[in-house]
Design a protein around this ligand. Sequence first.
Ligand SMILES: *Cc1c(COP(=O)(O)O)cnc(C)c1O
Length: 436
Amino acid sequence: MKYYSTNKQSPSVSLQEAVTKGLAPDKGLYMPEKIKSLPDEFYKNIGNMSFQEMAYRVADAFFGEDIEPDTLKNMVYDTLNFDAPLVHVNDHIYSLELFHGPTLAFKDVGARFMARLLGYFIKKQGQSNINVLVATSGDTGSAVANGFLGVDGIHVYVLYPKGLVSEIQEKQFTTLGKNITAVEIDGTFDDCQRLVKSAFLDEELNAKLNLTSANSINVARFLPQAFYYFYAYAQALKQGKADNVVICVPSGNFGNITAGLFAKRMGLPVKRFIASNNKNDVFLEYLQTGKYNPRPSVATIANAMDVGDPSNFVRILDLYHHNHKNICAEISGCRYTDDEIRKTMRDVYKQTNYLLDPHGACGYAALRDLLQKDETGIFLETAHPAKFLETVENTIQSSVPIPEKLQAFMKKEKQSIPMGKEFEEFKRFLSESVGN
Ligand SMILES: *Cc1c(COP(=O)(O)O)cnc(C)c1O
């Protein structure tokens, strides 16, 4: 299958090129030229399929033209070696728990799949020195670093904003060593994202180095996120709750929700979507006014959503042919302040004993506020609450047990390279440290 750029100023490319390049030369994001519907037979049987089985069918629709069936099947099955249970929280509200992977956040799915796909292409090409650049506001870094750890021929550089990620998050990508280097930027997440983008567009660097991205702009990370929307629906179906399903996605760069919109295009019977935001609400403003005004991000307690210029917004525009009315018909929005997020966490914990993380709390709150009587709401619980330990413990005024997987990271020593936010410094560093 071919992939075109959302800016339509550079040629369509193969899957292999879209995955190894990340960003299109015209700075657009790659989109698959077809979104295939899955057949009725698939939807009839969805309730009887395992997560891995249905994910393979979805993966086949995207990647089946480019990868042999057995190889693709192995990639999907290896990626999804953990569950994503749908858990009842309250009234008509369910949590799709996406925190059962190795770094306890939904980004494990896309990162693990991308590491396998990129590894496959590199082997096929006989290459051995690919450099993955990834900007993180917290969870991307850990998921990508752990997904790629020890993969031959790939070195990963994780750029993160100094002091703006939690200690637990930081430990998950600064303690690994091997082919993982953490770069601590004196700036915001948007600065990190800009540095990565600048590196991809710098001709001198690209002449010298094989650079690629593992941010959610990469189709290999972005598309596999569709898998669990099908699984959410299948579980709702089994519980007799599949009519009028509304899915609410705590959103930052809008990669996760866009994968859900793709699932709907493939025929998944989801009635509508809600994008829930923290104070960084440029998307909500777009829904309300039709105008998109990117601005610098502001720091919140749901820090993985602190994004002022969501990179996947252009994919949503492209998917709906820039039609504001059609976008509003399928997606609504919400915004929550830190106080509202804290209150939601406290209230839900008191009423139901269910512990939300600050991101999932935005998702829950939007369903609480916007769900209609005949609808079933599913919010994506995007990370385990223990990843935001201080915030969560201070909010609910009690201690939160730390899962063993996280404790193992906490015991290790942080190693990072401090750096300013000017591109020249980062460029010099890359030129000097790579390939020597
Ligand atoms: C990355 C992340 C988000 C935002 O996802 P996007 O795909 O960037 O919209 C939400 N919650 C958590 C915990 C995250 O790590």
